[in-house]
Design a protein around this ligand. Sequence first.
Ligand code: PEP
Ligand code: MN
Length: 337
Amino acid sequence: MLVVMRPDASAADIDYVVRRAGSLGLKAHLTRQHDQTVIGLMGDVRGLPVDALAGLHGVDRVQPVTHPFRLASRDARPGPTVVAVRDRMVGGEAIAVIAGPCSVETRERLLDVAVRLKAAGATMLRGGAYKPRTSPYSFQGIGESGLELLVEARDLTGLPIVTEVIAPEHVPLVCRHTDVLQIGQRNMQNFALLNAVGESGMPVLLKRGMMSTIEELLLSAEYVLAHGNEQVMLCERGIRTFETYTRNTLDINAVPLLKQLTHLPIIVDPSHATGKAGLVRAVSRAAVAAGADGLIVEVHPDPDHAWSDGFQSITPEEFGGLLDDVRRVAAAVGRRA
Ligand code: PEP
Ligand code: MN
């Protein structure tokens, strides 16, 4: 059960609800959602005097929790969450298009692609400095120097940075450089990492694990939200199925379904979802048509020589074409890009 307090509720009002919950044998878990305090009541809520609680001073409403996730649910917040990344808003009318290489490679390549992405109209720049790879023999990312190159690219173009953090102990360092902390699909259930990014208060892009359900994704988001960090974007990046012609299978159902279940913005990654550069443009159109709030696309100036994921990376020129399509589809569904 959730007790949603009014924005003008006093500390004494909140304290009174917590004490009432205690007297009913329930544990209260407090979080701030925008300007409201939400009190989650844990324990046996059967027979709870809902009307009496709803009538307490400062209480906006008492809501049953119909899903195992609470703070991410539309029950907790009916309207959409808009995540602010510097001056870019994600989850509002505008479709956010995050683009850049899979990995940060050389200074020249990163600055080159960043300038071209900015000119094409990208919203943010992506690039991994720390790469979680299936094989320990694969390129693991250039590390801290990659973060510095991303900052240089941001200074040059004004594009906010999205980069992955792979370990809780790296969170302070990555936070000092980036604007969005990406949690990769392999780490979706790394709970120590989720707690650390929750505590950081930074915007988070949480990717769905390739073998995770939608409910598990939302429960992972819950870890971040439980720290009072509301700046969470979810990312559908394809799941593992029996199909082998594509790298993953984009779960397009997840997009409208997540829009129903949660107030958090939904981003689609057509690059990892397909694993094929030639499919990225069409799948981007589909994602926007299905209601995605944004895309994260791998773009490389020379895909054949990329240090990771070149086969699914499009060129800056192809990215321009993709954006043209995205703008048209966005207009058709009442959005803009
Ligand atoms: C990436 O974005 O480059 C990446 C590693 O993605 P995922 O975690 O979805 O595999
Ligand atoms: Mn990649």
